[in-house]
Design a protein around this ligand. Sequence first.
Ligand code: TRP
Length: 459
Amino acid sequence: MAGGERIDPWSSDQTHDYARLIEQFGLGTVDPSVLPNPGMLHRRGIVFAHRDLDVVLGCMQRSEPFGVLTGLMPSGRMHLGHSMVIDQVRWFQEQGADITVTVADLEALATRGTSLKDGRDTAINEYVHNYAALGLDPDVTNVYFQSSRPAVQRLAFTLGRRTNLSEFEAIYGFSGGTNLAHVQAPLVQVGDIIHPQLDDYGGLRPIVVPVGIDQDPHLRLTRGIAGKTHWFNVKQRTEGGLTVSLSVQEDNQTALGVSGGQVDSAVRDSVFERMAQALAPLGYADIISNPKYGTLDIPGAALDDRARVRMRMLTLEREMGGMGLMPPCSTYHRFAVGMTGDKMSSSQPETTIFMDESIEDMERKVQRSLSGGQPTTEEHRRLGGDCSKDVAFQYLQFFFESDDGTLAEIRSEYESGRMLAGEIKQVCIDSAAEWLTELAERREMWADRLDEFLAPDAV
Ligand code: TRP
């Protein structure tokens, strides 16, 4: 990692070189022009990177099922920073996704000492209530608790076999002094992210996890683990097309036609027969089977077909007794700056606006927030304001001003010096007041309907 950018989910440092992160971790960049009805966070480059987003875009295009998984830490109050993920979840919901919400009550218990009872109350009254107000649909949303979903904990154990302390050291920078709660929590989170694909929770389908960039280590871990369970690997073929190859492991060797270190050709041939059958609905003219070497070539497949081929092979893997787990897709958003210029955090109330903040408190925070204005009016008129520093501008951009035209106008007024620092703060205050008031009204509407969001095992 020397010289590299380290992302640490537990760090308080949120200043990142985003371009470098994309390069270092091989993230895809988000092009809003290929998204159906892109949301404001997409259009403004705030959701800036992804892994395998094209897989879920393909599902949207073909109207195939896909899900979103998101999680919340049931401690503290919900604030603007948390609402960004829910904005994205709502967008996926509008494109046809089902939604699973993890309440990380075990993680909160282990890492913060929050009792399960307190975690539950906070999750429902503080988070689920606001998720409802922000537009999640109870008909497609399932909120569950880590502590009451044994399937998740079981996955944490069984998938734990596919990683080790060295990998945790490499991904998270753990060392001998690391508290083991920090080892357990990511494993349970792997279970959270994977489990919606289990037959009891919606079955095999792509799952996308929208997160802040600081959570990418969890995605890397989960994707790596899912990949290690695969019986069939789907790769780009050197001569064009795709190659499916067998991944023979201890627990699948009999099924894949290996016994006593030898290939059992009768079994192997029947495996390849089933592979070809599994791929038949995709309609490739040419499939070249090489049972002896454990590979199957599809010269006519496009690189874009990879996810569909993979889904077919995972279905077959499940039929044959494997887990058949699709690696999760993800999107990453930039962080909004805290109002004081520090990191936004619920433990420092002055850095953010809470979802139930009073208009007076919000107004005070915006008035005191970091400004991109010049020291004197004369200088400001001459040099203009700096939107890259100005909290009021950025909060309009991230949260409160959904109209791109209006936002562009505010920017040009401010940068030209026609609009003063105090004036842009007032614009922000007015928009925020409207936003908070509407949210409070919608909270009111949902107040006695929160049970509708809970999964059967959470009621
Ligand atoms: N670790 C996350 C946090 O600190 C909470 C969480 C648990 C989560 N499971 C998740 C987030 C799955 C996203 C997906 O906030």
